[in-house]
Ligand binder design. Structure first.
Ligand code: B12
Ligand code: SF4
Length: 589
């Protein structure tokens, strides 16, 4: 159209509503909080991409793109209100269901339903759709349920494709499927993940997030990431990372979760850390970072030291298990139990908290072996936080694909694929026994005695104890009291009668509010009691004049006779691992 005509045409408004769905709790209501844990990085990434499209006016000079973001973990998806907004735009717009995981897929479809009924275009993306499209037959698992609602499926990454999607939606030509899983984007120069500060304030603490890179070279059989984001490291450039930091710092945000699954294998880790160090030490931006790494990161020269200088205060490590037979079974042989203590002590020496992911229900596990392993971890590993997870065949993983092709029975309720519910059988334990030992793991590990040990170790290492307390509280409280995994935690659970799972029997309003109010009072009383208890414990530990001299097996530096530790002798496969380690040492020294 000639420019003169375009300029006289009335401006139109294209409404884009980006919603990150939560998922349903066992009671059938959405898990939502007054304040969520951290802002969603998937939402930040899509918001950044959508803002870029709006700035570039990809729908034409006469169309404004208005973008709203809603994270359901901290805000109610008020469908009636949103439908009114779409009506004001003359139905010209699109709902994007963002970063939808398998456990969030049923909720995502429930959100989509009323929008589709009103004729609003809905597109769903994220790990469930991408994992299924990448690994299965294009219809499994439950993808046809979305198609039946007229919801468009988007598999793969949005960068470089969102503009076309918006154009298709604006012209009424959305396709049923978009599949970019075979075509991974070059991350360099892509728009920055970004969320406005008002939005970030709906979480506990002003943390931002971004992925400095995507992809991991390893091949763990339970992992979906390598099949969706690939095994080749793709990275934002140091300039991109600096832009993300500066854009967020302009809003007062200086603490970030780097969501790379394995930052140690980001091929640009060193120039990125050098840039972050410069931002921290020269520009004095008070960076505080949490990163995810593997168990061999301590062998990379300068890695841990540079992480500390860049502002890393917390590190998540995919430890998964302490039994080499189990690690072999999940194709994670790169996790060497002989290196665990060296690696953890290396982080401790820099005053950095360690979080470990630990999977329960690997092939050699039994309830008894899990109890024994928890004791070994408590006694011999200098770990701060352990995140327990049930081995889950997530669609998109090699495990799931193998089981699905073999017709192995798996739970059809996708809401349960949240690492908290047993969804398949185990050779050594019943589903009930497996579920029970998962719940027991939380209270066993975070026992009052062990929490005291963790604080004593923290005091001996000179870490800020208040930060350690803040990190510990959700892990002590969430699973036993709220029956919710701490990674889905928040402050003050919110519920609304309209957030009940589609198809479940309605609850009378009086019963709904009576139960909700009672739970809120009781659970928050328990939370307050835990906080008071741990703060008193902290004071006691801090006042101990011998706190710096505290030492136990876990804190003892690694020596040659470590081989007497239970960690290296008690599990199946440990002795073979030690024998192999000694053989390699003899051959190489
Ligand atoms: C960071 C992270 C978290 C953080 C979230 C905090 C934060 N700041 O974001 C924490 C630690 C809290 C967390 C918690 C959980 N997580 Co998590 N998490 C991740 C991780 C490592 C990165 C997520 C991310 O930001 N990726 C980068 C973004 C940009 O990628 P993306 O979401 O795929 O989005 C891209 C495309 O998919 C696409 N896209 C996505 N949505 C849409 C929508 C539209 C319309 C379009 C067009 C495109 C599109 O475009 C995006 C940009 O390219 C991923 C693994 C991974 N590598 O992604 C696991 C992952 C997403 N998490 C997972 C799980 C299971 C969980 C938990 C349930 C664990 C638990 N025990 O509680 C909880 C759920 C919490 C919640 N309410 O969401 C699984 C989901 C797998 C699955 N199939 O269901 C993953 C894949 C890890 C795994 N083990 O496989 N997680
Ligand atoms: S190390 Fe982590 S991200 Fe890499 S393949 Fe294994 S589980 Fe996936």
């Amino acid at each position: 159209m000639p420019h003169s005509l375009a300029s006289v045409r009335p401006r139109r408004r294209f409404c884009v509503v980006l919603i990150k769905p939560s998922h349903y709790h066992d009671d059938g209501y959405v898990i939502r909080w007054w304040r969520g844990l951290v802002p969603s990085n998937s939402l930040a990434a899509l918001h950044g991409v959508a803002l870029d499209c709006a700035r570039r006016a990809v729908l034409g000079a006469d169309v404004d793109i208005a973008i709203d973001v809603i994270d359901e973990t901290n805000s109610r998806v008020n469908v009636a209100k949103l439908l009114r907004r779409f009506r004001r735009c003359g139905g010209f717009g699109m709902v994007g269901l963002i970063g939808v995981q398998t456990n969030q897929y049923p909720r995502a479809l429930d959100i989509a339903r009323p929008f589709r009924a009103a004729g609003v275009a809905v597109v769903i993306g994220g790990f469930h759709v991408s994992g299924c499209m990448a690994m299965l037959d294009g219809t499994a698992v439950d993808l046809d349920r979305a198609r039946a609602l007229g919801v468009t499926l988007f598999a793969g990454e949005a960068e470089g494709r969102f503009a076309t999607l918006l154009q298709d939606a604006a012209t009424g030509h959305l396709k049923p499927d978009y599949d970019f899983t075979a075509d991974l984007v070059d991350m360099s120069g892509q728009p920055s993940p970004f969320l406005p500060i008002a939005f970030v304030k709906r979480t506990a603490g002003t943390n931002g997030s971004f992925d400095a890179g995507r992809g991991c070279p390893y091949q763990c059989s339970f992992c979906t990431i390598i099949n969706v984001q690939g095994r080749k490291s793709r990275s934002r450039s140091p300039d991109d990372v600096e832009n993300v930091i500066r854009e967020n710092w302009a809003e007062g945000i200086s603490r970030f979760f780097l969501t790379d699954d394995n930052f140690a294998r980001n091929r640009e880790w060193e120039p990125i850390l050098d840039r972050l160090i410069a931002l921290r030490e020269i520009d004095l931006i008070p960076l505080g970072l949490m990163i995810q790494v593997d168990t061999l990161c301590h062998r990379i020269p300068n890695f841990i030291e540079k992480c500390r200088r860049a502002g890393v205060t917390r590190v998540f490590i995919g430890l998964e298990n302490i039994n080499p037979d189990n690690l072999k079974a999940i194709k994670k042989p790169q996790n060497k139990i002989t290196e665990y203590r060296k690696m953890l002590l290396a982080w401790k020496a820099q005053g950095i908290f360690t979080y470990a992911g630990y999977i329960l229900g690997l092939p050699s596990d039994t309830p008894e072996s899990i109890r024994r392993d928890i004791e070994i971890i408590q006694r011999e590993l200098p770990l701060d936080i352990v995140e327990w997870a049930i081995l889950t065949p997530l669609p998109g993983s090699e495990d799931h694909t193998r089981m699905w092709k073999a017709g192995v029975a798996m739970d059809g309720n996708l809401n349960n694929y949240d690492f908290e519910h047993v969804v398949a059988d185990h050779a050594n334990m019943s589903r009930a026994a497996w579920q029970a030992i998962y719940h027991e793991a939380w209270t066993r590990y975070y026992s009052p005695a062990h929490v005291e040990t963790l604080l004593k170790r923290g005091a001996a290492a000179g870490v800020p104890l208040l930060s350690l307390v803040k990190a510990l509280v959700p892990f002590i409280h969430m699973a036993p009291v709220e029956n919710i995994h701490p990674l889905q935690a928040g402050l003050f659970r919110r519920k609304h009668p309209s957030e009940r799972r589609h198809g479940l029997a309605p609850v009378p309003l009086w019963a709904f509010y009576a139960r909700h109010i009672a739970n809120t009072v009781v659970n928050n009383f328990k939370l307050a009691s835990t906080i008071v208890w741990i703060l008193r414990l902290k004071r006691r530990v801090e006042r101990d004049p011998r706190r710096h001299a505290y030492i136990d097996v876990a804190l003892t530096p690694v020596v040659d006779d470590d081989a007497t530790l239970d960690l290296l002798t008690k599990t199946t496969g440990a002795q073979a691992a030690i024998a192999h380690f000694k053989k390699v040492a003899a051959l190489t020294h």
